[in-house]
Ligand binder design. Structure first.
Ligand SMILES: Cc1cc2nc3c(=O)[nH]c(=O)nc-3n(C[C@H](O)[C@H](O)[C@H](O)COP(=O)(O)O)c2cc1C
Length: 372
């Protein structure tokens, strides 16, 4: 394992903690990098009041000196403004959430501990930690971006054709992070209707990366395949139920002649004529832009709750209605970028090796000179 990280902390505990280990020395990094990503995570219409409450200031505890990584583990702390020292027991599980399976797993009718840790608040720390991975990728000429593709069945049919480094600026200009103006307005209206009904919505989002050298990941062993690793990282986000690479679910309905990327001989090298594979073949980057999509189910906590049961009282009860997001697809896209950055940074470090940026950058230049 070349780059590893751990997070700890409850949603309404005093703080979130994170440690990332395996970063090379000499990478420019500071609190502003972490906070920039956290601010992006709070964006998006449909999020609950908590996002306005949390300032998400990051305390960098170790691993940095003079604004650069030292090669030692980097540890971060984010204090929760929504800290609740009492954390009262909750014995009514929310349908669609981790509450009931967690209560059965830990054999307690009080779902509070499960709800606290399964909450998406944990992804604030993953997003913060990912800023280090992002810095590494950016320093190596690799850009990442994301956008909302659909919310509650309203689809943005437009295709992004520009460079990935411009994608986020365009997506962030929309309250729902969609790049198509009409779709953005229709998604906004769908969200308002869902909120008025006391309901929630899901949707789909896209993540893109460009500037990746070919050969990240591996075909040599199942657990080194990059698509498997990216899929696992994206599926680890609460609410994400499907992940697609390139054509994804459309590929099975197409003949092979329309599903694969033919090659051409261009400028003395093999070149891809298209990018239907989404930048990964055989578990390795092809050198073409990475295109991932993920589907998120509607938020389980509903203002007008579904029927549930009281595990302590052993009787029917309405599910609790704590403050919740109506839709978190825009935020999930930003968090999806974050976990993608962590996987890509690890794959890059595996390929280049090296303890410091001074070793990594020349090695990367060498890797970018393709033999054919
Ligand atoms: C950014 C983000 C915000 C979320 N906000 C909420 C929320 O406010 N309320 C809620 O019930 N679920 C929320 N979820 C979804 C739950 O975390 C998720 O449905 C739950 O952990 C169960 O996991 P599963 O849906 O993958 O089975 C959010 C997820 C993400 C990624």
């Amino acid at each position: 394992m070349r780059l590893r990280f751990l997070t700890a902390g409850e949603s309404h505990g005093p703080a979130l903690l994170g440690i990332i280990e395996g970063l090379p020395a000499g990478l420019k990094l500071g609190a502003a990098d972490f906070e920039r990503q956290l601010a992006r995570r709070r964006l998006g219409l449909g999020r609950g009041a908590r996002q306005a409450l949390e300032a998400d200031r990051v305390e960098t505890l170790c691993g940095l000196r003079g604004g650069r990584t030292t090669g030692a583990p980097v540890a971060l702390l984010i204090r929760n403004a929504d800290f609740d020292p009492v954390m009262a027991a909750v014995t009514v599980p929310r349908p669609g959430h981790a509450d009931l399976p967690g209560a059965r797993k830990y054999r307690t009718p009080d779902v509070r501990d499960v709800a606290e840790r399964s909450s998406a608040r944990e992804t604030a720390m993953r997003t913060a930690l990912s800023a280090a991975a992002r810095r590494l990728l950016e320093t190596c000429g690799i850009a990442l971006g994301s956008r909302t593709l659909s919310i509650g069945g309203v689809v943005d049919g437009s295709t992004w054709t520009g460079p990935v480094r411009r994608l986020n600026a365009q997506a962030d200009a929309s309250p729902v992070r969609a790049i198509g103006g009409t779709a953005s307005r229709r998604m906004t209206a769908a969200l308002a209707r869902a909120r008025a009904r006391g309901d929630s919505l899901g949707g789909t989002f896209e993540i893109r990366a460009d500037g990746l050298p070919p050969g990240l990941g591996s075909c040599a062993h199942w657990d080194r395949r990059l698509d498997g690793r990216l899929g696992g990282a994206l599926m680890s986000l609460g609410g994400v139920k499907a992940v697609a690479v390139g054509l994804g679910w459309a590929a099975p309905g197409l003949p092979g002649s329309k599903a694969h990327d033919a090659f051409a001989w261009k400028g003395g090298r093999a070149a891809y004529r298209s990018n239907r594979s989404g930048g990964i073949d055989g578990g390795m980057t092809t050198g073409e832009p990475l295109i991932l999509r993920a589907a998120m189910k509607p938020i389980p906590t509903l203002a007008r709750p579904l029927p549930s049961v009281d595990l302590a009282g052993r009787r029917p009860a309405a599910a609790p209605t704590p403050r919740a997001d109506v839709c978190a697809v825009a935020a999930a896209a930003v968090i999806g970028e974050a976990v993608t950055a962590l996987v890509l940074a690890e794959a890059l470090l595996e390929k280049t090796g090296g303890d410091s940026m001074k070793e990594i950058l020349p090695r990367l230049r060498q890797l970018r000179r393709l033999p054919f």
